[in-house]
Design a protein. Structure first.
Length: 235
């Protein structure tokens, strides 16, 4: 049996495989480019279109940024305008309130100088009742006047009572039953006018309907010189 010795060159195999790979890659790339060319694809034109699109994107982003700034500016302007309107509305309400107060003061002083009931000398100028902020609590205000030229000192008492319904039944409460210190009546002593104020606390379940005020000058009988007025309870 004869022994055959053959030379082995592995590097030649590697070079051959590398050449085959290069040929396959180049062939594939050539086929890919040929396919694009056959389909009408132009690489240079494609790059130009891409650059145009990128430029348009940049322009649109700039426009969006400008629009956002404009939107923010308009929102700030709207907020400033709304605040200015609210301030004007508040100022108008304050001025209207001041005008109303001034009108009431003018009417008050006119009543002192020339009251509508000047023949009696004494006049029940004002009565008000309004909520004072506490549950079922109210603040009342009574103003008495007399003729300005009258130098006589007016003295007497004012009695207050409230009519209404309690558990669907008629009920009358006097001032002592509705005040913390159980004030029976309000005493007055003045030459020109006097303001009397205080707080009322209505019982639970009582629905007031009207207020009765009786102004009773000192030194007179129960009927002589008494001023009695009825006021509807404010809604």
């Amino acid at each position: 049996m004869a022994l055959v010795v053959r030379a082995h060159h592995p590097w030649k195999t590697r070079i051959l495989l590398a050449l085959v790979a290069v040929v396959l890659y180049l062939g594939g790339w050539a086929l890919f480019e040929y396919g694009r060319y056959s389909a009408g694809f132009d690489g240079i034109e494609s790059r130009d279109e891409r650059n145009v699109l990128l430029k348009q994107i940049d322009e649109l982003e700039d426009q969006i940024s400008d629009l956002r700034k404009e939107k923010a500016g308009l929102e700030r302007a709207q907020q400033i305008e709304r605040k200015a309107y609210d301030d004007l509305d508040t100022t108008l309400k304050v001025l209207q309130s001041e005008i109303l107060e001034l009108k009431e003061e003018v009417a008050f002083y006119r009543g002192i100088i020339s009251p509508r009931d000047a023949a009696q000398g004494l006049y029940l100028q004002t009565f008000k009742v309004e909520a004072n902020g506490s549950p079922r609590g109210f603040r009342y205000k009574v103003i008495l006047t007399q003729v300005f030229q009258n130098e006589r000192l007016a003295r007497g008492v004012v009695r207050l009572s409230i009519e209404g319904l309690m558990n669907q039944q008629p009920k009358v409460f006097n001032l002592a039953e509705l005040t913390e210190k159980h004030v029976k009546e309000l005493e007055y002593r003045f030459k020109y006018f006097q303001n009397m104020e205080g707080d009322l606390q209505l019982p639970v379940g009582f629905k007031p309907k009207r207020v009765i005020l009786s102004v009773m000058p000192a030194g007179h009988s129960a009927d002589e010189g008494t001023i009695e007025k009825t006021y509807d309870w404010p809604a």
